[in-house]
Ligand binder design. Structure first.
Ligand code: D5M
Ligand code: FE
Ligand code: ZN
Length: 520
């Protein structure tokens, strides 16, 4: 509601209103409800409504939470499971005295992992060694808790004997980082793996169908455990079993909180295919400005808005991009973004991480946007790097723009742009957001591999591919949050078909997700 709306609402009811009272109502997070409350309670003798007639305390007294949630479950992608949480679990309850919406509720944000201000890398050889060792050490620790493995060096020394020098018998296990995947002339797979002590070749036979299927999901630089028998010359392992660093079969239940988080990404402000009208409808929704009661009920419960990269279209990102821009200067694009984000109610905590169209280094992990750009945005925005992990009042969300999805679509069977969460399942199984070095993702060798999924998040939120997807994987909610950009000429050429202006809204207590559409 703007000032004129407030003014006319009172005039229509036969009241005048002072400018200070108008300001007070407009600055409130639910002005529409406040106007109704004042009109209902004002003394009939009052002619001019002033600040003293606006009883904010009375307005703020607790109201009953509407338990009915607006579920568009028929619009969820096929296979979207219902919440699998333990029904005995009690989520933290709403604080006493919450208002007609969540505008006076604290919504804490803490950043648990982020490269910002921690980058050490200059790209030297030894840094790459350290980077891959960090990955190996963390992922192999997970696998080692499931199999008893030996260092590769001990297999070679043994040459057919075990590491105590006696005749080799039975199975052995190693944990290696995949350095090469080849097919033999008979169609078997030979996989070259490395650990800090050496390298070794393992064979996966075509006839071992399940194993072969599992191995078809491997991409370079992933860490995997292999169990099998060595050939007589001791130079090759015939694999019987593979062990991934996958999430445990029983992943502990979540620690929920109340309210809702809205997840989005790939806004591409400044592109001439940026969908301004649906986006502005979305901003209205965040402000509770909607005639749809169900949407208004959701809007009132929103505590967080997360943006997983590609806030603006940027400049010079792909050949001929300048012909598809409506705002040619990247700072002007961010200025416009800042104006849009200033329209979002101040009680909604906003998290923004960058993507490949944003004005930070292209090599990942990317730090948060620089200060001269952050200055365009209001105080309720927290800027983080890509990837990063944030804790939203007990719900842990890992944000990653998702550039590696391009690699996974190109090489893993069953992973496609149409179902982006399938790529995210691969990330969870191999506990890594972007395994392959030297492919589409340019990786900076930081001391710590920020792409390793160590502590398991409650939600993994990606974007980049411009298609929406929601899926559960072992109690982790995987969401690709789509886009606000219509198909570009460039995307037509590479056959990318986006699903724009759709927004997943996550209930932070149950992690049930509703997809809202703003394109109609
Ligand atoms: O990426 C938007 C989408 O376009 C995403 O699905 C990847 C795809 N894309 C981007 N660049 C390429 C190239 N060079 N080839 C094929 N597909 C591509 P965005 O990051 O928003 O540009
Ligand atoms: Fe994008
Ligand atoms: Zn992108």
């Amino acid at each position: 509601m703007n000032e004129i709306d407030v003014l006319t609402a009172f005039i229509e009811e036969g009241y005048q209103i002072s400018p200070e009272a108008v300001d007070l109502i407009c600055s409130h997070c639910s002005p529409r409800e406040l106007v109704a409350y004042v009109l209902e309670n004002v003394d009939l003798s009052v002619l001019v409504i002033d600040v003293e007639h606006i009883d904010l305390e009375g307005f703020s007294s607790p109201v009953h939470v509407n338990e009915e949630t607006f579920h568009l479950s028929e619009e969820l992608p096929p296979g979207h499971p219902e919440s699998s949480f333990d029904s005995s679990y009690q989520a933290p309850s709403m604080p006493e005295g919450f208002k007609s919406n969540y505008c006076n509720v604290e919504s804490p944000v803490s950043v648990l992992s982020d490269i910002t201000d921690n980058s050490t890398c200059v790209g030297e050889y030894m840094e790459f060694v350290q980077f891959f060792r960090n990955r190996y050490s963390r992922l192999s620790d997970i696998i080692r808790s499931r199999i008893t493995s030996r260092p590769i060096e001990s297999l070679k020394k043994g040459k057919g004997t075990n590491f105590r020098g006696s005749r080799e018998a039975g199975e052995v296990s190693i944990i290696g980082m995949i350095s090469d995947i080849k097919s033999t002339s008979n169609g078997h797979k030979i996989i070259e793996v490395e650990d800090p002590t050496g390298s070794f070749s393992v064979l996966i036979r075509m006839a071992d169908k399940d194993l072969f299927e599992q191995a078809s999901h491997f991409v370079l630089d992933e860490v995997v455990g292999f169990t099998g028998n060595l050939t007589n010359d001791g130079n090759l392992m015939i694999v019987q079993k593979v062990t991934l660093p996958d999430l445990p079969a029983v992943n502990p239940k979540k620690t929920g909180t109340f309210g809702k988080a809205v997840l989005t990404s790939d806004i591409h402000i400044g592109s001439n295919t940026f969908l301004e009208e649906p986006w502005e409808k979305f901003l209205d929704f965040l402000n509770g400005d909607t005639d749809n009661e169900a949407l208004a009920a959701i809007s009132k419960e929103i505590r967080y808005l997360l943006v997983a990269g590609d806030l603006v279209d940027g400049v010079g990102i792909y050949p001929g991009q300048d012909e598809e821009l409506s705002i040619l200067d990247v700072y002007d694009q961010y200025k416009k973004a800042g104006e849009y984000f200033s329209m979002i109610p101040k009680h909604i905590e906003i998290i923004i991480s960058p993507g490949n169209h944003d004005a930070v280094r292209q090599a990942e992990p990317q730090p948060r946007l620089p200060e001269n750009i952050r200055d365009y945005f209001p105080d309720n925005v927290t800027f983080v790097g890509n990837p990063s992990i944030v804790d939203l009042d007990g719900v842990k969300v890992m944000l990653y723009h998702g550039r590696s999805i391009d690699d996974l679509v190109a090489s893993v069977p069953g992973v496609s742009y149409g179902e982006p969460t399938k790529a995210m399942v691969e990330m969870m199984k191999f506990r890594h957001l972007s395994p392959t070095y030297g492919s589409r993702v340019s990786i900076a060798p930081e001391k710590n591999d920020y792409f390793v999924i160590g502590n398991v998040p409650d939600i993994l939120h990606c974007g980049h591919v411009h298609t929406i997807g929601v899926e559960w994987y072992k109690n982790v909610l995987l969401i690709n949050s789509g886009t606000w950009q219509d198909q570009t000429e460039f995307q037509k050429r590479v056959n990318v078909v986006p699903t724009p202006a759709q927004v997943p809204v996550v209930d932070l207590e149950t992690l049930k997700t509703t997809i809202l559409k703003f394109d109609e």
